[in-house]
Write a protein that binds this ligand. Structure first.
Ligand SMILES: [Zn+2]
Length: 454
């Protein structure tokens, strides 16, 4: 047969890298050839020595925490950053995604604005909202996200234990995962109070008031809850290796648990807080150099399942850099646009880690953990989603040029080896290395595994 499009290059398949070709028809992968020149085509995209990865998935993005942000600017950053699918968190301003009406409204915004594919996390109200879990799963939520610490009493509440237990039992019935922001509210709130009263408001105080035990003690409780409810538990943004060690202990007892870390925990340590102040403030905080080494060790042994950005579009108005008061600054970093190049540069170029590993953490495992259909691998029948990286190109990160409202990053000025040469979603080039090539609304809603039509 003659394919609509053939993509040629160094293909990163599940277990091998081959110089080959992929035949695309109707947005799907129809053929994989382990040689070049064998497939017939109407159009050829020849990437030569460049890497053709399966489309990367960022499973942790906060588009609407900043109400000035939207799917157009977020997905522009995703496309330019080599992300073909992102999964958006539910803590939207003004209203979190706690019912199907809001879920449907948000779905319309993908169809109107997004340049790449997107799915949604859903959540519940602080109390009394668990009856929405099944309808939200039926509507197509990818997973549920809850928190053990309060960032905002309405939008991002701390869910009491009794409601967590109820939620876990109901999410278990849907077959989806329940993800947690796991930090210990009692420890952190009291430490921040002490520090603020003592006028200890310097940048590193952010880490000192969120010590490792504030993460591990919260995770420990959730692991025990998951033991009794048998739900699929997912711990988001793990910052400390001890968390992974606890997860491993519970895995041995049969607990179904997965985890993720985010690119800042791998590429920065707490010294970045001293150096960059609020620009390097995220929750949980950056840890010591030793802890970062521990995280890498767990990651490379695949005890951590995936890497995400935890992208949030905070600008100057939220980061309040000039105030010199670390507790007044919003927590979170931008990442959609720079995560993939930074990880490629660090892992593949500098550390000589196989690009196959990168594909697992950024595509295959996110798709598997969250049961995202037809994505995650270059495989016949899957969506023709690809991230093409030119390993020879070198560039410098300029925060002023970032495509979202988050025009701040501690990686400003960093030289990066490896550049996104093209981002392809369902067979169509959405970003060609310089420009966005599709209209807003090209992106489609990706529905979760429990979706029921109609
Ligand atoms: Zn987050």
């Amino acid at each position: 047969m003659t394919f609509e499009k053939v993509i040629r290059g160094k293909l990163i398949l599940e277990n091998e890298m081959v110089m080959g070709e992929v035949g695309i028809y109707n947005g799907k992968i129809e053929e994989i050839s382990r040689e070049t020149g064998s497939l017939k085509y109407e159009e050829l995209l020849d990437f030569g020595e460049q890497y053709v990865f399966p489309g990367f998935i960022d499973a942790h993005v906060h588009c609407f925490s900043n109400p000035n942000e939207g799917f157009l600017s977020t997905s522009r950053a995703a496309a330019a950053g080599g992300i073909t699918t992102f999964v958006d968190m539910p803590y939207d301003v003004p209203d979190p995604i706690t019912n199907t009406e809001r879920f449907m409204e948000k779905a319309k915004r993908v169809e109107k604005d997004s340049l790449v594919d997107a799915g949604f996390w859903a959540t519940i109200t602080k109390t009394g909202g668990t009856d929405q879990i099944k309808p939200l799963a039926d509507a197509g939520a990818i997973a549920f996200k809850l928190s053990t610490i309060e960032a905002d009493p309405y939008r991002f509440p701390r869910i009491p234990d009794f409601e967590i237990l109820k939620a876990m039992k109901l999410v278990k019935e849907t077959g989806l995962s329940i993800g947690f922001h796991a930090e210990n509210e009692e420890i952190i709130a009291n430490l921040i109070k002490e520090y603020t009263e003592g006028n200890k408001i310097y940048p590193r105080a952010h880490m000192e008031t969120r010590p490792p035990i504030s993460e591990t003690s919260a995770v420990l409780k959730l692991l025990e809850f998951a033991y009794w409810t048998e739900v699929k538990l997912h711990i988001v943004h793990v910052s400390h290796p001890r968390t992974i060690e606890l997860i491993e202990m519970f895995k041995k007892q049969g607990v179904n648990v997965t985890s993720e870390t985010c690119y800042p925990y791998l590429l920065l340590n707490v010294n970045a807080l001293d150096q960059f102040g609020p620009k390097a403030k995220n929750n949980p905080p950056l840890r010591t150099e030793e802890d970062v080494k521990g995280l890498w060790d767990h990651l490379l042994h695949e005890k951590i399942d995936l890497i995400t950005s935890d992208h949030v579009a905070w600008g100057q108005e939220h980061k309040k850099i000039s105030e010199n008061h670390i507790f007044k600054s919003s927590a979170g970093l931008s990442g959609l646009e720079i995560m993939v190049p930074l990880l490629f540069d660090h892992m593949v170029v500098k550390e000589g880690i196989s690009p196959l590993k990168l594909a697992k953490f950024l595509s295959q495992y996110p798709a598997e953990v969250f049961q995202i259909p037809n994505k995650g691998k270059i495989a016949i029948g899957n969506d023709a989603d690809f991230t093409v990286i030119d390993p020879a190109a070198s560039w410098v990160i300029d925060e002023a040029k970032l495509r979202t409202n988050a025009k701040l990053t501690p990686f400003h000025g960093t030289q990066v080896q490896g550049k996104i040469a093209q981002t392809i979603v369902r067979g169509t080039t959405v970003y060609d290395g310089e420009h966005i090539k599709v209209e807003p609304g090209y992106g489609k809603l990706v529905r979760g595994a429990a979706y029921k039509r109609g």
